[in-house]
Design a protein around this ligand. Structure first.
Ligand code: IPM
Ligand code: MG
Length: 357
Protein backbone atom coordinates (compact mmCIF):
# COMPACT_ATOMS: atom_id res chain seq x y z
CA UNK A 1 0.00 0.00 0.00
CA UNK A 2 1.07 3.60 -0.51
CA UNK A 3 0.46 6.47 1.91
CA UNK A 4 1.40 10.15 2.06
CA UNK A 5 2.49 11.32 5.48
CA UNK A 6 2.85 14.98 6.46
CA UNK A 7 5.71 15.58 8.88
CA UNK A 8 5.40 18.40 11.39
CA UNK A 9 8.73 18.23 13.16
CA UNK A 10 8.27 21.49 15.04
CA UNK A 11 10.69 22.79 17.66
CA UNK A 12 13.19 21.64 20.26
CA UNK A 13 13.72 17.89 20.10
CA UNK A 14 10.89 17.61 17.54
CA UNK A 15 13.15 17.17 14.47
CA UNK A 16 15.31 14.48 16.14
CA UNK A 17 12.44 12.32 17.36
CA UNK A 18 10.47 12.63 14.12
CA UNK A 19 13.56 11.57 12.15
CA UNK A 20 13.77 8.47 14.35
CA UNK A 21 10.12 7.60 13.77
CA UNK A 22 10.54 8.13 10.02
CA UNK A 23 13.47 5.70 9.99
CA UNK A 24 11.27 3.14 11.76
CA UNK A 25 8.35 3.74 9.38
CA UNK A 26 10.69 3.32 6.40
CA UNK A 27 11.99 0.08 7.79
CA UNK A 28 8.44 -1.17 8.39
CA UNK A 29 7.48 -0.16 4.83
CA UNK A 30 10.45 -2.07 3.52
CA UNK A 31 9.74 -5.16 5.57
CA UNK A 32 6.02 -5.32 4.72
CA UNK A 33 6.19 -4.03 1.14
CA UNK A 34 4.56 -0.60 1.50
CA UNK A 35 5.53 2.85 0.27
CA UNK A 36 5.36 5.85 2.58
CA UNK A 37 5.98 9.31 1.11
CA UNK A 38 6.99 11.98 3.62
CA UNK A 39 6.49 15.74 3.16
CA UNK A 40 7.68 18.15 5.86
CA UNK A 41 5.72 21.28 6.80
CA UNK A 42 6.46 24.05 9.26
CA UNK A 43 4.64 24.37 12.57
CA UNK A 44 5.22 26.21 15.85
CA UNK A 45 8.20 28.40 16.64
CA UNK A 46 10.17 27.48 13.53
CA UNK A 47 7.15 28.52 11.45
CA UNK A 48 7.01 31.86 13.29
CA UNK A 49 10.70 32.38 12.50
CA UNK A 50 10.20 31.65 8.81
CA UNK A 51 6.75 33.00 8.08
CA UNK A 52 5.71 35.11 11.06
CA UNK A 53 2.84 32.72 11.89
CA UNK A 54 2.88 29.45 13.91
CA UNK A 55 0.51 27.65 11.53
CA UNK A 56 1.09 28.67 7.91
CA UNK A 57 -1.69 28.02 5.39
CA UNK A 58 0.57 25.61 3.43
CA UNK A 59 0.86 23.47 6.54
CA UNK A 60 -2.90 23.14 6.97
CA UNK A 61 -3.38 22.47 3.25
CA UNK A 62 -0.53 19.95 3.21
CA UNK A 63 -1.97 18.07 6.18
CA UNK A 64 -5.46 18.07 4.66
CA UNK A 65 -4.01 16.62 1.45
CA UNK A 66 -2.10 13.85 3.24
CA UNK A 67 -3.23 10.46 4.52
CA UNK A 68 -1.89 11.12 7.99
CA UNK A 69 0.22 13.49 10.06
CA UNK A 70 3.19 12.85 12.34
CA UNK A 71 4.03 15.62 14.77
CA UNK A 72 7.09 16.13 16.99
CA UNK A 73 6.57 18.98 19.45
CA UNK A 74 6.18 22.74 19.40
CA UNK A 75 7.28 25.66 21.54
CA UNK A 76 10.25 26.90 23.52
CA UNK A 77 11.42 29.89 25.54
CA UNK A 78 12.43 31.74 22.37
CA UNK A 79 8.76 32.32 21.52
CA UNK A 80 7.41 32.90 25.04
CA UNK A 81 6.89 36.59 24.39
CA UNK A 82 4.67 36.07 21.37
CA UNK A 83 1.12 37.40 21.80
CA UNK A 84 -1.42 34.72 22.84
CA UNK A 85 -2.83 34.14 19.37
CA UNK A 86 0.61 33.80 17.79
CA UNK A 87 2.18 31.37 20.25
CA UNK A 88 3.55 28.06 18.94
CA UNK A 89 0.96 26.20 21.06
CA UNK A 90 -1.80 28.02 19.20
CA UNK A 91 -0.72 26.14 16.08
CA UNK A 92 -1.46 22.84 17.79
CA UNK A 93 -4.99 23.94 18.61
CA UNK A 94 -5.36 25.30 15.08
CA UNK A 95 -4.27 22.12 13.36
CA UNK A 96 -6.45 19.95 15.63
CA UNK A 97 -9.43 22.11 14.75
CA UNK A 98 -8.62 22.36 11.02
CA UNK A 99 -8.37 18.57 10.74
CA UNK A 100 -11.48 18.01 12.90
CA UNK A 101 -9.55 15.88 15.39
CA UNK A 102 -11.98 15.82 18.29
CA UNK A 103 -10.69 12.57 19.81
CA UNK A 104 -7.38 12.28 21.58
CA UNK A 105 -6.36 8.78 22.61
CA UNK A 106 -3.65 8.72 25.24
CA UNK A 107 -2.72 5.25 26.40
CA UNK A 108 -0.68 5.09 29.60
CA UNK A 109 0.75 1.73 30.35
CA UNK A 110 3.44 0.62 32.69
CA UNK A 111 6.08 -1.30 30.75
CA UNK A 112 7.17 -4.24 32.84
CA UNK A 113 10.80 -3.49 31.96
CA UNK A 114 10.33 0.03 33.34
CA UNK A 115 8.42 -0.87 36.49
CA UNK A 116 11.20 0.53 38.66
CA UNK A 117 10.76 3.93 37.04
CA UNK A 118 7.24 4.43 38.41
CA UNK A 119 7.22 6.77 41.41
CA UNK A 120 4.41 4.68 42.95
CA UNK A 121 5.06 2.04 45.61
CA UNK A 122 5.27 -1.59 44.50
CA UNK A 123 2.07 -2.54 46.32
CA UNK A 124 0.15 0.14 44.41
CA UNK A 125 1.64 -0.75 41.05
CA UNK A 126 0.96 -4.48 41.62
CA UNK A 127 1.28 -6.33 38.36
CA UNK A 128 1.13 -3.08 36.42
CA UNK A 129 -1.59 -1.00 34.80
CA UNK A 130 -2.67 -0.13 31.32
CA UNK A 131 -5.15 2.65 30.88
CA UNK A 132 -6.50 4.71 28.05
CA UNK A 133 -7.47 8.34 28.42
CA UNK A 134 -9.97 9.47 25.81
CA UNK A 135 -9.68 13.25 25.81
CA UNK A 136 -12.09 15.56 23.98
CA UNK A 137 -9.82 17.72 21.83
CA UNK A 138 -11.64 20.44 19.91
CA UNK A 139 -14.09 21.86 22.43
CA UNK A 140 -14.38 23.12 25.98
CA UNK A 141 -12.40 25.95 27.50
CA UNK A 142 -9.63 25.64 24.90
CA UNK A 143 -12.01 26.85 22.23
CA UNK A 144 -14.64 28.82 24.16
CA UNK A 145 -15.20 32.57 24.28
CA UNK A 146 -12.32 34.42 25.81
CA UNK A 147 -11.24 37.97 26.31
CA UNK A 148 -10.31 40.80 28.62
CA UNK A 149 -12.64 43.30 30.21
CA UNK A 150 -13.14 45.57 33.20
CA UNK A 151 -14.67 43.66 36.11
CA UNK A 152 -15.48 44.17 39.76
CA UNK A 153 -11.77 44.35 40.64
CA UNK A 154 -10.60 46.21 37.52
CA UNK A 155 -8.89 44.50 34.60
CA UNK A 156 -9.83 40.83 34.24
CA UNK A 157 -9.51 38.06 31.68
CA UNK A 158 -11.87 35.17 31.05
CA UNK A 159 -12.12 31.85 29.22
CA UNK A 160 -15.31 29.83 28.93
CA UNK A 161 -16.06 26.14 29.07
CA UNK A 162 -18.95 25.17 26.78
CA UNK A 163 -19.95 21.73 25.53
CA UNK A 164 -22.80 20.81 23.22
CA UNK A 165 -24.66 17.51 23.38
CA UNK A 166 -23.27 16.74 19.91
CA UNK A 167 -19.67 17.17 21.06
CA UNK A 168 -20.21 15.12 24.21
CA UNK A 169 -22.00 12.37 22.34
CA UNK A 170 -19.36 11.91 19.66
CA UNK A 171 -16.47 11.67 22.14
CA UNK A 172 -18.62 9.50 24.38
CA UNK A 173 -19.22 7.05 21.56
CA UNK A 174 -15.51 6.76 20.87
CA UNK A 175 -14.95 6.05 24.56
CA UNK A 176 -17.69 3.41 24.81
CA UNK A 177 -16.47 1.73 21.61
CA UNK A 178 -12.88 1.76 22.97
CA UNK A 179 -14.12 0.23 26.21
CA UNK A 180 -15.94 -2.51 24.26
CA UNK A 181 -12.61 -3.42 22.62
CA UNK A 182 -10.76 -3.48 25.94
CA UNK A 183 -12.00 -4.58 29.35
CA UNK A 184 -15.51 -3.05 29.00
CA UNK A 185 -14.95 -0.58 31.79
CA UNK A 186 -15.40 3.17 31.38
CA UNK A 187 -15.07 6.03 33.84
CA UNK A 188 -16.27 9.47 32.81
CA UNK A 189 -14.54 12.32 34.62
CA UNK A 190 -16.24 15.69 35.15
CA UNK A 191 -16.95 18.36 37.74
CA UNK A 192 -20.72 18.02 37.74
CA UNK A 193 -20.97 19.16 41.36
CA UNK A 194 -19.98 22.65 40.21
CA UNK A 195 -20.09 23.11 36.44
CA UNK A 196 -23.21 23.30 34.29
CA UNK A 197 -21.22 22.04 31.28
CA UNK A 198 -20.23 18.98 33.34
CA UNK A 199 -23.84 18.31 34.27
CA UNK A 200 -24.76 18.18 30.59
CA UNK A 201 -21.68 16.01 30.02
CA UNK A 202 -22.79 13.55 32.68
CA UNK A 203 -26.43 13.46 31.55
CA UNK A 204 -25.33 12.77 27.97
CA UNK A 205 -22.88 10.05 29.03
CA UNK A 206 -25.62 8.37 31.08
CA UNK A 207 -27.88 8.29 28.05
CA UNK A 208 -25.10 6.70 26.00
CA UNK A 209 -24.42 4.19 28.77
CA UNK A 210 -27.90 2.77 28.22
CA UNK A 211 -26.85 1.89 24.67
CA UNK A 212 -23.83 0.00 26.00
CA UNK A 213 -25.22 -2.22 28.76
CA UNK A 214 -22.14 -4.46 28.61
CA UNK A 215 -19.88 -1.59 29.64
CA UNK A 216 -19.39 -1.15 33.35
CA UNK A 217 -19.83 2.62 33.51
CA UNK A 218 -18.98 5.03 36.33
CA UNK A 219 -18.64 8.78 36.91
CA UNK A 220 -15.97 10.51 38.93
CA UNK A 221 -15.26 14.10 39.87
CA UNK A 222 -11.98 15.31 38.46
CA UNK A 223 -10.39 16.13 41.80
CA UNK A 224 -11.14 12.63 43.03
CA UNK A 225 -9.87 11.16 39.74
CA UNK A 226 -6.56 12.98 40.18
CA UNK A 227 -6.27 11.39 43.61
CA UNK A 228 -7.45 7.91 42.57
CA UNK A 229 -4.88 7.80 39.76
CA UNK A 230 -2.07 7.78 42.29
CA UNK A 231 -3.95 5.89 44.99
CA UNK A 232 -5.07 2.96 42.83
CA UNK A 233 -4.48 3.33 39.09
CA UNK A 234 -5.48 -0.29 38.52
CA UNK A 235 -9.14 0.55 39.11
CA UNK A 236 -9.22 2.31 35.72
CA UNK A 237 -9.29 1.04 32.17
CA UNK A 238 -10.79 3.67 29.84
CA UNK A 239 -11.28 7.22 31.11
CA UNK A 240 -13.24 9.77 29.07
CA UNK A 241 -13.06 13.45 29.86
CA UNK A 242 -13.08 17.02 28.59
CA UNK A 243 -10.28 18.83 26.83
CA UNK A 244 -8.71 20.51 29.86
CA UNK A 245 -9.29 17.73 32.39
CA UNK A 246 -7.83 15.30 29.84
CA UNK A 247 -4.77 17.49 29.37
CA UNK A 248 -4.09 17.46 33.10
CA UNK A 249 -4.97 13.84 33.88
CA UNK A 250 -2.97 12.48 30.95
CA UNK A 251 0.19 14.17 32.24
CA UNK A 252 -0.49 12.65 35.64
CA UNK A 253 -1.12 9.23 34.10
CA UNK A 254 2.10 9.47 32.14
CA UNK A 255 4.10 10.37 35.21
CA UNK A 256 2.94 7.32 37.16
CA UNK A 257 4.27 5.11 34.35
CA UNK A 258 7.59 6.72 35.24
CA UNK A 259 8.35 7.59 31.68
CA UNK A 260 6.61 10.49 29.97
CA UNK A 261 9.18 9.88 27.21
CA UNK A 262 7.38 6.63 26.36
CA UNK A 263 3.81 7.77 25.85
CA UNK A 264 2.25 8.08 22.42
CA UNK A 265 -1.00 9.66 21.33
CA UNK A 266 -3.42 9.63 18.44
CA UNK A 267 -5.76 12.46 17.51
CA UNK A 268 -8.65 11.31 15.37
CA UNK A 269 -11.77 12.65 13.71
CA UNK A 270 -14.38 11.37 11.28
CA UNK A 271 -11.88 10.27 8.62
CA UNK A 272 -8.91 7.92 8.82
CA UNK A 273 -6.55 10.89 8.63
CA UNK A 274 -5.21 11.37 12.13
CA UNK A 275 -2.39 13.22 13.81
CA UNK A 276 0.09 11.27 15.90
CA UNK A 277 2.45 12.74 18.43
CA UNK A 278 4.32 11.95 21.63
CA UNK A 279 2.64 13.50 24.65
CA UNK A 280 5.86 15.01 25.98
CA UNK A 281 6.88 18.46 24.83
CA UNK A 282 9.74 20.01 22.91
CA UNK A 283 12.33 19.75 25.76
CA UNK A 284 14.35 22.78 24.61
CA UNK A 285 16.99 22.11 27.29
CA UNK A 286 18.22 18.99 25.49
CA UNK A 287 17.36 19.95 21.90
CA UNK A 288 20.00 19.24 19.28
CA UNK A 289 22.10 17.12 21.66
CA UNK A 290 20.98 13.69 20.44
CA UNK A 291 19.78 12.86 23.97
CA UNK A 292 16.03 12.75 23.42
CA UNK A 293 13.99 9.58 23.87
CA UNK A 294 12.37 8.89 20.46
CA UNK A 295 10.31 5.91 21.66
CA UNK A 296 7.08 7.85 22.26
CA UNK A 297 7.23 9.18 18.71
CA UNK A 298 8.04 5.73 17.34
CA UNK A 299 5.05 4.35 19.27
CA UNK A 300 2.94 7.21 17.90
CA UNK A 301 3.97 6.12 14.41
CA UNK A 302 2.80 2.61 15.34
CA UNK A 303 -0.59 4.08 16.28
CA UNK A 304 -0.67 5.74 12.84
CA UNK A 305 -0.09 2.37 11.19
CA UNK A 306 -2.95 0.91 13.20
CA UNK A 307 -5.57 3.67 13.21
CA UNK A 308 -4.97 5.56 9.96
CA UNK A 309 -3.74 2.79 7.67
CA UNK A 310 -5.34 -0.29 9.22
CA UNK A 311 -1.92 -2.00 9.26
CA UNK A 312 -2.16 -3.81 12.59
CA UNK A 313 0.50 -6.45 11.95
CA UNK A 314 2.92 -3.65 11.10
CA UNK A 315 1.90 -1.70 14.20
CA UNK A 316 2.35 -4.80 16.37
CA UNK A 317 5.80 -5.34 14.86
CA UNK A 318 6.92 -1.82 15.78
CA UNK A 319 5.48 -2.05 19.30
CA UNK A 320 7.09 -5.43 19.86
CA UNK A 321 10.44 -4.10 18.63
CA UNK A 322 10.22 -1.31 21.23
CA UNK A 323 9.29 -3.86 23.91
CA UNK A 324 12.31 -6.00 23.07
CA UNK A 325 14.66 -3.01 23.12
CA UNK A 326 13.46 -2.23 26.66
CA UNK A 327 13.56 -5.88 27.75
CA UNK A 328 17.17 -6.03 26.63
CA UNK A 329 17.91 -3.13 28.96
CA UNK A 330 18.58 -0.38 26.43
CA UNK A 331 17.67 3.02 27.84
CA UNK A 332 17.85 6.69 26.99
CA UNK A 333 18.79 9.07 29.80
CA UNK A 334 15.20 9.86 30.85
CA UNK A 335 14.36 6.20 31.61
CA UNK A 336 17.70 5.19 33.03
CA UNK A 337 16.43 5.25 36.63
CA UNK A 338 19.05 4.46 39.26
CA UNK A 339 21.07 2.29 36.91
CA UNK A 340 24.71 3.18 36.50
CA UNK A 341 24.62 2.28 32.80
CA UNK A 342 25.58 4.76 30.14
CA UNK A 343 22.42 5.95 28.38
CA UNK A 344 22.01 5.49 24.65
CA UNK A 345 21.61 8.49 22.41
CA UNK A 346 18.50 9.15 20.37
CA UNK A 347 20.09 7.72 17.21
CA UNK A 348 21.57 4.73 19.08
CA UNK A 349 18.27 3.60 20.55
CA UNK A 350 16.61 4.15 17.17
CA UNK A 351 19.20 1.77 15.68
CA UNK A 352 18.28 -0.81 18.32
CA UNK A 353 14.59 -0.55 17.37
CA UNK A 354 15.49 -0.90 13.69
CA UNK A 355 17.56 -4.01 14.48
CA UNK A 356 14.69 -5.58 16.42
CA UNK A 357 12.27 -4.74 13.65
C1 IPM B 1 -0.88 18.60 25.12
C2 IPM B 1 -0.26 19.94 25.34
C3 IPM B 1 -1.07 20.97 24.59
C4 IPM B 1 -2.48 20.93 25.13
C5 IPM B 1 -0.52 22.39 24.62
C6 IPM B 1 0.93 22.45 24.21
C7 IPM B 1 -1.36 23.32 23.81
O1 IPM B 1 -0.18 20.22 26.69
O2 IPM B 1 -1.02 18.18 23.95
O3 IPM B 1 -1.22 17.95 26.11
O4 IPM B 1 -2.75 21.51 26.19
O5 IPM B 1 -3.33 20.32 24.49
MG1 MG C 1 -0.63 18.58 27.94
Amino acid sequence: MEFNIALLKGDGIGPEIVDSAVAVLEKAADKFGHTFNFTPYLIGGCAIDETGRPLPKETVEGCLASDSVLLGAVGGPKWDDQPGDNRPEKALLGIREALGLYTNLRPAKLYSALRGASPLKDEIVGDGFDLLIVRELTGGIYFGDRGCRQGKYGEEAFDTEAYSVTEIERIGRVAFESAMKRSKKLCSVDKANVLESSRLWRKTMHRLAEEYPEVEYSDMFVDNAAMQLVRNPRQFDVIVTSNMFGDILSDEASQITGSIGMLASASLGETTRGMYEPIHGSAPDIAGQNKANPLATILSAAMMLRYSFGLSAEADAVEEAVDRVLEKGFRTADILGDSADVPLTCTEITEKVLEEL
